[in-house]
Design a binder for this molecule. Structure first.
Ligand code: PEP
Length: 261
C-alpha cells in the first residue's frame, strides 16, 4: 500500500522477530509448523538468517500464515565483488519484503556508519523492500544525557538527504527504537522510558518528513521483550509494535507476544 492511501488511524501493530544468527533452514521450517495463526490485525514479520530465507519463504507460503519476511542486513550495491554480502534485490528475490537497517549489532560489532545506514535504506527502497531502521543509544550515551542527540543523529542521517527524504514520504518505512543497553541483556526499558523515546522519535520524524506522514509510521520498541512485558510496552501510545530477539526463537513465546492485548 502506498503511504498516500494510508490514513492516520492505520498504523499497523507490528510484531517482528529478529532471529540473528539462529535457526537454519530446517529449524525455520519447524518454527513455522509450530506457529499458531497470528491474531487479526497484527502484522507479523520474521527476520531469519539470509540462508534460511528461501526455505522459510516456501514454508510460510505452504502454511498460508500471514507472515512477512525480511533480511537482517544488506549491501547497498545491486551486485558486484563484495564477498559475503547480499543485495536488496537478491533478498527480495529470496522472499524478503522488509530489511532491518542499522541494528545496533551491525553498528557496534561491524562498524556500520551513519552513511552506510542511509545507503542501505536507499537500496531497500530501490528493491521495493520496506526498511526497518533501528535507532537507539548505548548505556554510556544515556548516562551522559545524550539520548536525544544520538537519536537525532541516527534519524537525520537517513531522513535528511533530499532523495531519501522524498522516498521516505512516498514509500513505507518502519522505525525501531532499540536502546542498546536493553538488547539481549534482560534489562527492559520501562514503559515511561519507551514513551519518552518514542514521542521524541515521532516528533523528530514530523520535523523531517512532515507531521501527517510521521503519524503514519509504525515505531517499534525492541530490547528484551518477552511475553511477560509485551503488553505494558504495547500499551504506550507511540509504541506501535515490538522487535523481538531472544524471545522470537521459540514459536510459543513469539506467538504469546503476538497475542498480547
Ligand atoms: C534485537 O535483537 O533486536 C533484540 C531486541 O534482541 P532481544 O529481544 O534479545 O533483546
Amino acid at each position: 500500500m502506498s503511504e498516500e492511501q494510508r490514513g492516520d488511524g492505520d498504523r499497523d501493530r507490528v510484531i517482528a522477530g529478529n532471529w540473528k544468527m539462529h535457526h537454519g533452514p530446517a529449524q525455520g521450517q519447524a518454527f513455522v509448523e509450530a506457529l499458531p495463526e497470528p491474531p487479526e490485525g497484527v502484522r507479523v514479520l520474521l527476520f531469519p538468517p539470509a540462508v534460511t530465507l528461501p526455505a522459510l519463504h516456501a514454508s510460510v507460503r505452504s502454511s498460508g500464515l500471514p507472515i512477512g519476511l525480511g533480511i537482517q542486513n544488506l549491501h547497498h550495491e545491486v551486485s558486484g565483488a563484495f564477498t559475503g554480502e547480499v543485495s536488496a534485490e537478491q533478498a527480495a528475490e529470496a522472499g524478503a519484503e522488509c530489511a532491518l537497517v542499522g541494528h545496533s549489532e551491525r553498528r557496534q560489532l561491524f562498524g556500520e556508519t551513519l552513511d552506510e545506514t542511509a545507503r542501505k535504506v536507499g537500496a531497500a527502497y530501490r528493491a521495493g523492500l520496506t526498511p526497518v531502521l533501528c535507532v537507539g543509544e548505548t548505556l554510556a550515551e544515556r548516562s551522559q544525557g545524550r539520548l536525544e542527540e544520538v537519536l537525532d543523529r541516527q534519524l537525520d542521517a537517513v531522513f535528511s538527504p533530499p532523495t531519501l527524504r522524498e522516498q521516505s514520504r512516498e514509500l513505507e518505512v518502519l522505525v525501531a527504537y532499540e536502546p542498546v543497553w536493553a538488547i539481549g541483556t534482560g534489562q527492559t526499558a520501562t514503559p515511561d522510558d519507551a514513551d519518552e523515546a518514542h514521542r521524541f522519535i515521532r516528533a523528530r520524524l514530523g520535523e523531517l518528513l512532515g507531521e501527517a506522514h510521521a503519524r503514519r509510521i509504525s515505531i517499534l520498541y525492541g530490547g528484551s521483550v518477552k511475553p511477560a512485558n509485551a503488553s505494558e510496552l504495547l500499551a504506550v501510545p507511540d509504541v506501535d509494535g515490538v522487535l523481538v530477539g531472544g524471545a522470537s526463537l521459540d514459536p510459543r513465546s513469539f506467538a504469546a507476544i503476538a497475542a498480547s492485548e
